[in-house]
Each structure stands twice: as C-alpha cells, then as structure tokens.
Design a protein around this ligand. Structure first.
Ligand code: HQG
Length: 179
C-alpha cells in the first residue's frame, strides 16, 4: 500500500471512529469499539472498500498509532468528538506537558486557559517535538508549556491514551507558560 492510500484509509477511519460513525451506519459501543467486520462491511457498503490487510497495516504503521485493535474489535485511541468513555485510568503526568497551538488562539487562551473545544479533553504532548507537530498542522504555531506537576498537585486529573497523548479536562491559565 503506498503512502497516499495509507493516509486516505487512516483519515477515513478517524472520521468514522471519532466523529461521524452514523455517516456509514455504524454505532460505537460505550468504549468507542466496533467490530472490525462490521466496520469493513459498512465502509464497503458506502463506497470505500478497505481490505483487512490494509486495515491491519494502517493500525500497525500509523505514525501516531491512532487506532487500537483488541480481539475482533477496533477503536480510535483518542481524539473523539462523539461521546465515548475510553475507560482510561488516572495517571501521574510528567512535570511538564506541551501544547501546540496557533497565534490567533493566544489571547483567548491567556484569558480562559486551554479548553477541549469540540473534543472530550484537552490534548497534551509529552515533549516539545510532538507538540510542534500538532501545532504545525495549522501552519504558523506556538508551543505552550503546561506545569502538569502543579496541576496534579492541585487535584486536576490526567489520563494517558494508548498512543501516549495526555488528556485533561481543562488547563487554567495560571499553569501555562507562553514560550
Ligand atoms: C485551541 C491531532 C481558543 C487549541 C493532534 C487547538 C492532537 C483554544 C484548538 C489532537 C482554547 C482545538 C488534538 C481557547 C484550546 N481559546 N482556542 N480557550 N483552548 N484552543 O484539533 O490539540 O492527527 O481539537 O490550542 O495531533 O490541536 O487527529 O485540538 O488549536 O493530538 O490524530 O483549539 O488531534 O491528532 O483543536 O489536536 P483540536 P489539538 P490527530
């Protein structure tokens, strides 16, 4: 499978496992899981045929390990806008976490901190490089540093997704460093 096809399949999976399962008649269970056979049949029925080998390759080689397979089921590891409970345990974050964003969002972030916007949680990266990539999706970007140790000490909860993305409900401005 060439890279273009891999990206196309990955985007198709993200769209239907995170945002719009109903578009192809899928229902995710409470944890966000769906039977692989059901997913492949639904995709084919809606004009996008994916083989099981292609699916496995995308899951295994995906740059961000966006999808997880467990037994006969698959789900997106994070990034949902539909309501799911990933069932992740609380975890102790590293002292600092990072968030890549765009300059246009800074005034609002300074005033109200980081909010989940359309997703379930604020997505934070364990290192500056990853946060830079997240910000760079939108062009010119800035990386903010989050004082995760202080947040944790103050009772904010953190979870870490299967693919290493740190999730928290919100980051108040006092825990942010804007450089
Ligand atoms: C910004 C991708 C104004 C926030 C990435 C971001 C990530 C605010 C945007 C994952 C704000 C939301 C998530 C506030 C936050 N005022 N703007 N108070 N608080 N924002 O896409 O973190 O490739 O929902 O900075 O790699 O960019 O899809 O979040 O710019 O892991 O697997 O509002 O999505 O993963 O945008 O990205 P998003 P994100 P995938």
């Amino acid at each position: 499978m060439d890279e273009r096809r891999t990206i196309k399949v990955s985007k198709y999976l993200s769209k239907h496992l995170r945002h719009q399962p109903e578009r192809i008649g899928l229902t995710l269970d409470e944890g966000g899981w769906v039977e692989i056979a059901t997913l492949l049949a639904a995709a084919a029925a809606h004009g996008f045929r994916i083989t099981r080998a292609e699916l496995d390759q995308v899951v295994a080689t995906n740059d961000k390990r966006r999808f997880a397979i467990e037994g006969t089921r698959i789900r997106a590891s994070q990034g949902h806008t539909v309501s799911v409970d990933l069932g992740l345990p609380e975890a102790t974050p590293p002292a600092h976490l990072y968030h890549g964003t765009v300059p246009a969002a800074l005034d609002s972030i300074r005033a109200e901190g980081l909010r989940p916007m359309s997703r379930h949680a604020v997505h934070l990266s364990p290192d500056r490089e990853t946060a830079t990539r997240v910000g760079a999706r939108r062009g010119r970007h800035v990386v903010l540093t989050v004082d995760a140790a202080a947040m944790h000490r103050d009772g904010h909860t953190f979870r870490v997704s299967a693919n290493g993305v740190w999730l928290t409900d919100a980051v108040p401005p006092r825990y942010l460093r804007f450089r």
